[in-house]
Design a protein around this ligand. Sequence first.
Ligand code: BDR
Ligand code: CA
Length: 305
Amino acid sequence: NTTLLIDTDPGVDDALALLMAYRHAKVAALTIAAGNVGLTNTVANALKLTELVGADTPVHAGCPVPLVLPAADAAFVHGRDGFGDTGYLPATRTAEREHAALAILRLSHERPDQLTLVALGPLTNLALALRLDPTLPTRIPRLLIMGGAVTGRGNTSVPAEFNIGFDPEAAHIVFESWPQFDLVDWEATVRHAIDFERFEQWLAMDDQRARFYGAISRRTREFSHARGRPGVLVADALAMAVALDPACVTRAEERHVSVELTGSHTRGATIVDWERRSGRKANARIVLDVDQARFEQLVAAALGA
Ligand code: BDR
Ligand code: CA
């Protein structure tokens, strides 16, 4: 009976991950990062999603900008509003006053050893929480991060994946301070694309979640198609599958992962010590493959199957 604390920047695939979370687990709170689009929109989208599923989960806005350098959003994929520019009616709920980083710390005290923390966006809020209180990991038994490109095939620059590339300093803080986390990277996402036709069939189901996701994901599905992908890429949904069903992992490797902060070509890249040369203890369990059928079952059920 997992209780999730989800840090997210919704974002189209974040929305699918959230639908999965609400279908299969309890959600203690949503803490919101800037990333795919600006914070005002990511907060509004999170509130909208909770209303869609009839949840009263507290939503906490976090940092509006990365820790050090300005970053570029991903509105060209997710739409200017982050939800595919479908013009949906705004939510009537509002966000909490407490900052996301403070909510993470408070919940870790209120529910020690009970929460699975799932990070689906840039790691700015989590880094801030860790700087405020470095003992945070002792109270959170499991952290799962969607981020990185473990052999250097990124999606935002040549080697960098978006969540890490958006705020490399934040990712650096988290990777250096969290003793052991699960990492679901972009390259795993590409290996676990979901067949276009099967996805369309789920979206045609008579369910408001399928209708909503079908509308907001039109552009990202077209994007996967245009890029010649073998199917729909849903990074955050894959990470959520691993959070909800740890046994769906079929291949994983424990290694030390660090984040490149400089470099004319490599800022934001994840550097994996594959050959164990650094002498540093593994901080990440890198999820390389999952059982595709189990993953897809979790997605389909979240859309109403
Ligand atoms: C990640 O970046 C965002 O665009 C997605 O929501 C996902 O979290 C994939 O690189
Ligand atoms: Ca995301």
